[in-house]
Design a binder for this molecule. Structure first.
Ligand code: ZN
Length: 271
């Protein structure tokens, strides 16, 4: 499942190809993507492509002077991919295409093997905003994080995965952030000391930024907008490294199950 860095990667890669393009047609090929009525997109310019929480957000200009702008959020879920195809030859290589946006130059395809990805259309930009705080935004201060932790009756792993508090983290980066901050995933969020909150804040930004620089992490299905895989795997400190040796303290990396999902941590240096 793509997390914040993977979605940011896709949005950053698509933006230069799509911004300023005009939509000529939209074909929804999979009825599952028609939960909402599909709006008319013909003639609308793509104003912006960016990440919003764990989703890719598209902003479309009004089709006429009296019209209204429109927003689309795409949730990639397990296997969803947004691909910019510059020509019909590139396009023909893609299968499992669920939606096709014909543009004045090239096309944007949404391909998705397992069909869990979703489209949502909005007439109001405010409704596209996620409930939780984006960990890379200015709103995510040490004070805010401290306040969130003080109210959470959960262990640290569960705390970081709560999308209504901090948006965008999943299994991989929650483990990596706690490792970097030297905090055990089993600790109660309310028990963190101020110095640990500060470390957690710094580690969250550091790990996410480094993952974005490396175009995310690829485990099974993630591919970026160019069909390539991310390269952050080489930086993983604990994730998927059970029984291996910790590079920091020489301890052994352990795997435990929390909320039915694997958590990796070092028993030596995460307290
Ligand atoms: Zn260690």
């Amino acid at each position: 499942m793509p997390e914040l860095p993977e979605v940011e990667t896709v949005a950053r890669q698509l933006a230069p190809h799509l911004k300023g393009r005009t939509v000529r047609s939209l074909r929804i090929l999979d009825p599952l993507l028609r939960a909402q009525p599909t709006p008319r997109l013909r003639g609308r310019k793509i104003v912006d492509v960016r990440r919003s929480g764990k989703q890719v957000l598209f902003e479309f200009a009004p089709a006429s002077r009296t019209g209204h702008p429109l927003w689309l959020t795409v949730h990639l879920r397990m296997t969803g991919r947004l691909i910019w195809a510059s020509n019909p030859v590139a396009e023909a290589k893609e299968d499992r295409v669920r939606a096709r946006f014909g543009l004045d130059h090239g096309a944007l395809l949404f391909a998705d093997t397992r069909r869990f990805g979703t489209f949502r259309w909005f007439a109001d930009e405010r409704e596209t905003r996620p409930e939780g705080v984006d960990p890379l935004s200015e709103a995510m201060t040490v004070e805010r994080l401290s306040e969130m932790a003080s109210r959470a009756r959960q262990n640290m792993k569960a705390f970081l995965l709560r999308q209504d508090r901090i948006v965008g983290l999943g299994n991989i980066y929650a483990s990596e952030i706690l490792y970097d901050a030297r905090i055990s995933p089993r600790r109660r969020a309310t028990a963190l000391r101020p110095t640990e909150i500060k470390r957690l804040h710094g580690s969250t930004r550091k790990i996410l930024r480094r993952a974005i620089e490396n175009c995310g992490t690829t485990f099974s299905d993630f591919q970026d907008a160019h069909g390539l895989t991310g390269s952050y795997q080489q930086y993983l400190g604990v994730y998927d490294r059970e029984h291996e040796t910790c590079d920091r303290c020489g301890g052994t990396i352990r795997r435990i199950v929390q909320q039915q999902r694997s958590t990796y941590y070092c028993g030596g240096c995460q307290r």
